[in-house]
Ligand binder design. Structure first.
Ligand SMILES: Cc1cc2nc3c(=O)[nH]c(=O)nc-3n(C[C@H](O)[C@H](O)[C@H](O)COP(=O)(O)O)c2cc1C
Ligand code: SF4
Ligand code: SF4
Length: 264
């Protein structure tokens, strides 16, 4: 039995969950959804596949939606999904299930985990002490999910708040796509190190004359603002004075390269 987990992560929460599940399962590969799509069908009776990703505006990040829509999955594959967020009660797993249903696949195991929220443009992120408490609580839940998945248990999706989730996801994530990143600015403490460009999953930042320039095709993942080592990026005035968040178990290097492991 060999499993594969496809994940997307901006500030490391989803990647840390993916790694923990992979360790719990054993003989498991993890692959970033930012990387190229597999060129062959995936899954099969002895090859479970999983999806681990953050909630964006009560639903799926666009990048996750695109990836899963294009992925070709063998019938009768045991599919699992673990979503994580600052604590939403919305329908991202139902949205994923809808995409998979079109391929004749149902999620065998679906779960959601509360992680430290990183939506700095909307609110302050938790202090490092509070974040650690949330991470400690999450670790137990992730272990439990890994054991259940390893045992082939079933936990189907329970759809909830479908209309509200659909509307908020569409309204926030899909409107003004080419305008949204115009509010990113850098302060004079920017050193031109280029890390913001390297962690961007879609190459939406170019470093020109030692300064980041956003290219107006942003996924809104907020990796750039959180990983900048100098806290030199602001989103308009909203983020001034707010702390940044990065999962303490994940390094910038892992996000830059879209960490891919063949066997954990
Ligand atoms: C654009 C965006 C939208 C978000 N929307 C929600 C949301 O609707 N509800 C919520 O609880 N958390 C929301 N979050 C917080 C993330 O889901 C959460 O912090 C997640 O753990 C981040 O995962 P990552 O570290 O793997 O990127 C949002 C974050 C971003 C960047
Ligand atoms: S990561 Fe920060 S300091 Fe480095 S180039 Fe980007 S904005 Fe400037
Ligand atoms: S520009 Fe920043 S917020 Fe937009 S996709 Fe790239 S890293 Fe994410």
């Amino acid at each position: 039995m060999c499993s594969t987990i496809y994940y997307f992560s901006a500030t490391g929460n989803s990647l840390s969950i993916a790694l923990q599940i992979a360790k719990g399962l054993g003989n498991c590969a993890i692959q970033s959804m930012v990387a190229e799509l597999p060129d062959e069908p995936v899954g099969g009776p002895d090859n479970p596949i999983g999806f681990v990703f953050p909630v964006f505006y009560n639903g799926l990040p666009r990048l996750v939606k695109r990836f899963v829509e294009k992925l070709v999955i063998f019938p009768k594959t045991y599919c699992f999904a673990i979503t994580n967020s600052g604590g939403t009660r919305a329908n991202p797993l139902g949205m994923l299930e809808d995409i998979l249903s079109e391929k004749g696949i149902r999620l065998s195991y679906a779960d959601e985990i509360r992680m430290p929220g990183n939506y700095i443009v909307g609110h302050e992120v938790p202090s490092s002490e509070k974040a650690q408490k949330i991470l400690d609580a999450a670790a137990g839940k992730v272990d439990k999910a890994a054991r259940a998945i390893a045992g082939g248990e079933r936990k189907p999706v329970i759809k909830k708040a479908e209309l509200w989730s659909e509307i908020t996801n569409r309204n926030f994530l899909y409107k003004n796509i080419d305008e949204w990143d115009k509010k990113f600015v850098t302060t004079s403490i920017c050193t031109g190190c280029g890390l913001c460009a390297e962690v961007c999953p879609v190459d939406n930042i170019k470093i020109i004359e030692r300064h980041p320039v956003w290219q107006h095709s942003c996924e809104r993942c907020l990796a750039c603002i959180h990983w900048c080592p100098c806290e030199a990026i602001e989103y308009g005035k909203k983020t001034i004075g707010r702390r940044r968040y990065r999962n303490p178990n994940i390094k910038a290097e892992d996000i830059k390269k879209g960490l891919t492991c063949e066997n954990i």
